[in-house]
Design a binder for this molecule. Sequence first.
Ligand SMILES: [Fe+2]
Length: 460
Amino acid sequence: MPKSPFLEGNFAPVEHELAADDLPVRGELPRELAGTFVRNGPNPQFPPLGAYHWLDGDGMLHAVRLENGRASYRNRAVRTRAYELERRRGRALWTGVLERPQFDNPEGATKNTANQALVRHAGRLLALHDQGEPYEIALPELETLGVYSFGRRLRHPLTPHPKLDPRTGELFAFGYSPVAKPHAQYSVIAADGALAHTTAIELPIGVWMHDFAITERWAVFMNHPYTFDVRRFLRGEPIARFEPERGSHLGLMPRRGSGGDLRWFPIAPCFAYHVANAWEEGSEVVLDVIQRAAFDLAAEVEPGNAPPHPTRLWRWRIDLQRGSVREQELDDQNAELPSVNPARVGRRARYVFASRMRSDVRLPLAEGLLKYDLDRGCASQLHRFGPNRNGGEGVFVPRPGGSDEDDGWLLAFVHDESEGRSELLVADARDLTAPPIARVLLPQRVPYGFHGLWVPEDRV
Ligand SMILES: [Fe+2]
């Protein structure tokens, strides 16, 4: 394979699909912790065509099922159309994000790897990717049931971060198109799973829009100037570029509104992959994200001993009366993959969970899990994975019957680089400084990956 840091060490793909029961557990798994932790991530099936970035690999799901204090593991590739086609031909058929898009590829210019995240709604588990339709997955075996298009009503890609309103059960989602107009579309899926509303969002130019937010009344969009321009492509330049001179903009639209209702608010140029949460306070909408000053995908594969841009917990306060936005860095630790208790999505949460990213390497590796207390000046707790141990996202699992917002656990895959072994970490979300409650030792390496999801046992 061509050299890429994302094909080495524990970024390298695994070859086997395994199932194993009664895994060794260090510590004790809480009996109430019953369900399945599933995490999505890249696992390239074939050597890449040209340069390889972490975002490019075919989706693979790694799942740990916990029941009665016991744990079992299974992993399975998502059988996307692209995965099956490449399998039949025996080689990669698409280039990745660091190469020129193949507008002449007879199989389509973009590859939907379904590799980024998962969402569960109206009884369905979906694997998601920035530029494609969702794939439906069945538990507990992780079979791919096929593309799920909401009864052929979905007319746009579905980005990896739809938002589920815990009170209404509605799912809010959008998708963007780098080149074709409209550059973004937005949909609301009713609690029963029916696609109820879609509207086009006109943007001056295609941009990378990975995440958004909801509040009780608003959908909140982020338009950052990582732009896609076919004219650059025709000149032989990379099609995507960070253009700070365009500035960044935050957009507010009523949750069931149309693109014409969108009101944009200019802010200083930056980039944010991920939203922690948003909520309303009087005439203000508050949006907490992980922000970086600039964005450059190619820089991530270059040698270096620091991330290309620090990533911080950041707040925007949109004043609807004045039409202005105040911004504030909430903390200066390198963080990513933020979340709140799912019951607080769209309302003010006290706690934000995130991963603390290493500052001494270029690669996006987490060295621990963070918990910010927004009621106490954003004071943070850190759960360190330990020397030579890296991981990814911590997924908050509420304790059944618990009432405190932080009553529950954080689950994350951690890899021990010295031992070459992976485990599922169960940390106490009430006190992240405490030692792990349990560590489940896994029967094979789990490559570093993207987003995970908890499915309670009664819904598996
Ligand atoms: Fe993401």
